[in-house]
Design a protein around this ligand. Structure first.
Ligand code: MN9
Length: 292
């Protein structure tokens, strides 16, 4: 069973001034992150505004990333959608492109039963030959899995891991202990060091788009048991994350990328543009923490 390790930016979906996907910016961002030492990319997640894209755009964005990466890193595609059949369709497309794994948020909006969620993930795993990664993100999906639910998902060998975007470190520790062979990703960048202390070896995050070098370095320091130095980096990135949460993380990440010279446009409506004051505020924090 493949075990993923390292830093995986949850890629933004770059748009041009007309609001269409911008292929040159995808390439620029991907190359920049690779140069900084990331090990893979998570495409079509929340940060990628996937639920503001058409299915055609989701496929196109993934195609662009795969074409740019050219096997130099792992690509994981979030194919999560509302229905099993639509999810399988996107998963098959992702598989045909050569992704390392597909991932999925549980189907949301309708309150399905846990049996239905279990069946959803097993159906997905049956439909493709690539491994499946659960996307656990209760704050956005509205669905909370308890530890026993996760154990039921993991009883399927084709479900090889989970992106844990939850502040529940107790649950995370229990899962890591019980499933050392599974790929468990820290999904909250502000918790990366804490998650590493209890054994996490991989992360998927929005802020890795703008601070890939910092997280790669932090992970290296952790591997050398240089915890104080690693803590200093987590302190710095948390200052940036705190500022991002004040202006809106996804809008803030795109504004930060523009300030860094990788123009990925703005988030789609109904997201609003940041105003001048918010951009100035963000710029000051980014400068202070050596991100510009
Ligand atoms: O992909 C991201 N989670 C969400 C993971 O989109 C909800 C994180 O990177 C957060 O944006 C970040 C800030 O809370 O940790």
């Amino acid at each position: 069973m493949k075990k993923f390790k390292g830093i995986f930016p949850a890629l933004v979906t770059p748009f041009d001034e007309k609001g269409n996907i911008a292929p040159e910016s995808v390439e620029k961002l991907v190359e920049h992150c690779l140069e900084k030492g990331v090990r893979g990319f998570y495409v079509g997640g929340s940060t990628g505004e996937s639920y503001l894209l058409s299915a055609k755009e989701r496929r196109y964005m993934l195609e662009l990333v795969i074409k740019t990466v050219r096997g130099r890193a792992d690509v994981i595609a979030n194919i999560g959608v509302f229905s099993t059949d639509q999810g399988i369709e996107l998963a098959k497309h992702a598989e045909s492109l050569g992704v390392s794994a597909v991932s999925s948020v549980p189907p949301f909006y309708f309150p399905f039963t846990m049996e239905e969620y279990i069946r959803y993930y097993n159906d997905l795993a049956d439909a493709v030959n690539v491994p499946v990664i659960i996307y656990n993100i209760p704050a956005m999906s509205g669905i909370t899995f308890n530890t026993e639910d996760i154990e039921r998902f993991f009883s399927n060998d084709k479900i090889i891991g989970m992106k844990h975007t939850s502040y529940d470190l107790f649950q995370l520790e229990r899962i890591l202990k019980k499933y050392p062979e599974k790929s468990i990703f820290c999904g909250h960048d502000e918790l990366f060091l804490s998650a590493s202390v209890i054994g996490v070896q991989a992360g998927i995050g929005s802020t890795f788009n703008i601070m890939p070098d910092k997280f790669v370095k932090m992970q290296k320091l952790i591997s050398e048991n240089r915890w104080e130095d690693a803590r200093k980096i987590q302190d710095d990135v948390n200052e940036v994350i705190e500022a991002l949460t004040k202006v809106g993380v996804f809008k803030g990440v795109k504004a930060a990328l523009k300030l860094q010279g990788i123009d990925c446009g703005e988030c789609r409506r109904p997201f609003a543009s940041l105003d001048k004051e918010q951009i100035k505020y963000l710029q000051d924090i980014l400068e202070k923490n050596n991100c510009l």
